[in-house]
Design a protein around this ligand. Sequence first.
Ligand code: ADP
Ligand code: MG
Length: 508
Amino acid sequence: MGKLGLGIAAACAVASCAVAAVMAGRRVRSRRRWWKVVTAVQEFEAAAATPVGRLRQVVDAMAVEMHAGLASEGGSKLKMLLTFVDNLPDGENGIYYALHVGGTNFRILKIQLGGQRSILGHDVERKPIPQSLMTSTSEEFFDFIALALKEFIERTGNNSQLSQVRGKDLGFTFSFPVKQTSVSSGTLIKWTKGFAIEDMVEKDVVECLQKALSRRGLDMNVAALVNDSVGTLAVGHFLDKDTVAAVVIGTGTNACYLERADAVIKCQGLLSTSGGMVINMEWGNFWSSHLPRTSYDIDLDVESQNPNDQGFEKMISGMYLGDIVRRVIHRLSIESDIFGPLSSKLSTRFVLSTPLMAAMHEDDSPDLREVAKILEETLDIRDVPLKVRKIMVKVCDVVTRRAARLVAAGIVGILKKIGRDGTGGISSGRIKGYKSGKMRRTVVAVEGGLYTSYTIFREYLNEAVAEILGEEIGPYVILKTMEDGSGIGAAMLAASNSARSVDTVQVL
Ligand code: ADP
Ligand code: MG
């Protein structure tokens, strides 16, 4: 080999060493980036952790806040509103109707009750509320609703239906903030969810509906005005008399329960035929320093339309879970390139809905095909390897598990407040009621798309309730799904609050 040949060979050796070094360097950097991501996910998981000890602290905080909210107006972030519902449905008969106005759709329902805890028939019609009506006048809005009800009654009944006495009582579920003044009256505090019918604010919503019914020639009496959690409690109680509380976990979240009237300290001398009253907790606004809050929750809150408000709701309800996941992925994507080039979609709020997040979480295909599809179609993130798809599933899992376990703690908090968690209330020793043989079967009615449609969420929630309560008490507490509960419940409350009411609430 001549000098030239030697020179070429040496140059080649140097070049291949350099390539190997570059490759090795890349591998090291890529491994480091990967570990950075894994560490970031682990840190998020630790910050969002809900070991049972922490959940028990949340249980106690919930029970204490409930006390404070009942003791004085503004005494807690929990409003603990009176509903004036002291009669829960039990053994009614007859045909009843209900309207449910809660968002962009409204529902009309007809139920036929057969007494003795049986629902003989059930018709529902869903109708979108035209956008223009959401910002119109109260008269136009309620005229539209009354007409829809009239057409529904004519369609679902025989010709004489309009004059039938049994069809006269109407339940009204109205899922906006209302200051209730009786079981069948209440004034609108403010509109939410895109509604802005200004002349209705501070008006009695039942009066507005009642006038519209008269204008349409409908001889009906609005016998109950309720929110969705109260409706759910009503159905739960009708079907199972051990039902003492209800929780709604859909786009938003709320809970209500049966309280002793004398425990409502802020309202001395409360009139109640049964000695009990349903309390609307407005629990979405619950807050406690024991809640495992992360930097992503803080950012979500700061950028929301209602900062410092609805703190519990922002960690647990369907409106927000997908967005918490998006925020985590956004951060990971800024800090590393494992999701490829930074997608602008990742900075768009609410681009990842909770149902899409659930679809990724529940993807059981071996190559996580659904995850890849949603990443591409919704977030503009393409061609990510399987290990990155697994990271995505892990983040969904952390967010959902925390939400479900916190709801479980909230539910046990309610049970603690009313002495149904086996501890004998918030001030006495453990398992008092149970040891003395008094632990009673306790049912909590649950409604809302997050619980009914998101299987993993539901399983985590059920598991956590059992874990907090322990093996001895857990079997006494049953969560029951109430699909469409809020609307049916309003119709039932119309029944139990009509002149023909037959039974009263069983007070604890
Ligand atoms: P609303 O709360 O508006 O009365 P729903 O009770 O039907 O209505 O709940 C709808 C919410 O439930 C949606 O906003 C969504 O967050 C959640 N949801 C619905 N379906 C699913 C699903 N398959 N997986 C996860 N979440 C779901
Ligand atoms: Mg709902």
